[in-house]
Design a protein around this ligand. Structure first.
Ligand code: HEC
Ligand SMILES: [Cu+2]
Length: 421
């Protein structure tokens, strides 16, 4: 073997070893409080998953090092030393020399068939047990159910406090799923357009949102906190910007949040900037956005109680027996309900913070009072949303741009939105 080739072999082996070590180090660093890490679960279901994958990872790691070790050992033992250093006794061979060749080894072959079979059989038993446990999503009849609806490219949540998903929801919100800590919360996952997948890695595995179907899921968070998520089924242009947050509150805080969500908005006092903003909103925005008490889904331009054909007052398309009807026209169909916009920490598929530097420092229920509004991103969004988050060019997805709004109009609209807490 010539010198250059030998150097190459050395180099690539070193790279493999260094790469493996780097991966492990990165893995360890990343698992330490990474917002989207499934390796640091904080809920019952997340823990069940971690309890399954951690031992498998260790077994796989042992197998990896045994196999790689054997490869390296054999390579070392039978390397060709070349005439300059070869002595024939320490695994060195001359260039044209070969070790004794053998063909077949029954014991070895049976062993390396049976051992992996046993390993895989054991793993599959534990996997099935975990899968069945995760699938056990029976909620009792009266328990709250949240219908989660994916659409390009944000999430809607419809809260059914009595657990009855056949009746209209008690209230509707977007992107931030607020739940009480410490209890199982039943989700009913749907889609208004294409397939999405709901995933809050610290709380549970992912569940697909499939048009025309309804998938049960359940999540639980041990402690209050904000846990990030991401749509994990490629769903078109802005898939990467389709994020969400699960917010767990203490049961008392949750009750407070829930009661507030059920209140309707009031029209701003006459003569204020907010009133001027409401005027603009009524003309430009109410065709898509619902604000309970001020607009309805029906109201495609001004307060009105009767929804247009095929729509219910919650902005749900019901022209059909059940579920969404997919036509070319079917648009993701709805826009976020903005009644309590200011109580959320993020907006637009949770890609922007609604408050500057709020992080976890401001208690969730105090965001609207104590937070400093992220005006820059909010105003830029209202002025030209597609520039911040690409939407389909056909105008049937996402929010359109409003190039005709003057800076003053936008200030007024933001003043109006600021009243929505
Ligand atoms: C054509 C329908 C449509 C119109 C008209 C419209 N929006 Fe939107 N808006 C949307 C959709 C859809 C989203 C969600 C987009 C996303 O996150 O990708 C959205 C998102 C938003 C959000 C973020 C809400 C959240 O919780 O994430 C705000 C704020 C908003 N719009 C304000 C406005 C204002 C103000 C106007 C009027 C100037 C307006 N919208 C007009 C469709 C519309
Ligand atoms: Cu998606």
């Amino acid at each position: 073997m010539n010198k250059r080739l030998r150097a190459l072999v050395w180099l690539s082996s070193l790279l493999v070893i260094a790469g493996t070590i780097a991966l492990i180090v990165v893995g360890i660093v990343v698992t330490d409080d990474h917002p989207l890490s499934t390796l640091s679960p904080v809920g019952r279901q997340g823990r069940d998953i971690a309890r399954l994958i951690n031992p498998i990872f260790i077994v796989a790691g042992v197998v990896f090092f045994l196999v790689q070790g054997a490869v390296l050992a054999l390579w070392w033992r039978y390397r060709v030393g070349g005439s300059e250093s070869g002595d024939g006794e320490h695994g060195f061979y001359e260039d044209d020399e070969f070790p004794d060749q053998i063909h077949g080894n029954d014991r070895l072959e049976i062993a390396w068939t049976i051992i992996p079979t046993i390993l895989l059989a054991v793993i599959s038993v534990f996997t099935l047990v975990a899968l069945f446990a995760l699938d056990d999503v029976e909620a009792s009849e009266e328990d709250m159910v949240v219908t989660v609806i994916g659409q390009q490219w944000w999430w809607e949540y419809q809260y059914h406090l009595d657990g009855n998903t056949d009746s209209p929801p008690d209230f509707v919100t977007a992107n931030e799923l607020v739940i009480p800590a410490g209890v199982d919360v039943a989700l009913d996952i749907k889609s208004r357009d294409v397939i999405h997948s709901y995933w809050i890695p610290k709380l549970n595995g992912k569940r697909d949102a499939v048009p025309g179907r309804s998938h049960d899921w359940v999540i639980q968070a041990d402690n209050p906190g904000r846990y990030r998520g991401q749509c994990t089924e490629f769903c078109g242009l802005s898939h990467g910007y389709m994020k969400m947050v699960a917010v767990a509150l203490t049961p008392a805080e949750f009750a407070q949040w829930r009661d507030n969500q059920m209140t309707a908005a009031d029209a701003p006092a006459e003569g204020t900037a907010a009133a001027a903003g409401w005027d603009t909103f009524r003309q430009q925005c109410a065709s898509c956005h619902v604000i309970n008490g001020l607009t309805s889904a029906a109201n495609r331009d001004g307060p009105d109680d009767s929804p247009p054909d095929g729509w219910d007052i919650y902005g749900e398309f019901n022209g059909g027996d059940a579920g969404p009807v997919l036509t070319e026209e079917l648009v993701a169909g709805a826009a976020p309900n903005l009644t309590h916009l200011m109580t959320r920490g993020t907006f637009a598929g949770s890609i922007f913070d609604l408050y500057l530097g709020a992080g976890d420092h401001i208690p969730y229920l105090e965001l609207a009072n104590q937070g400093t509004l992220n005006r820059g991103d909010l105003e830029a969004w209202i002025y030209n949303a597609p520039e911040r988050k690409p939407a389909d060019a056909d105008g049937k997805r996402g929010m359109r741009a409003f190039p005709s709004l003057s800076p003053e109009d936008i200030d007024n609209v933001v003043a109006f939105l600021s009243t929505l807490d």
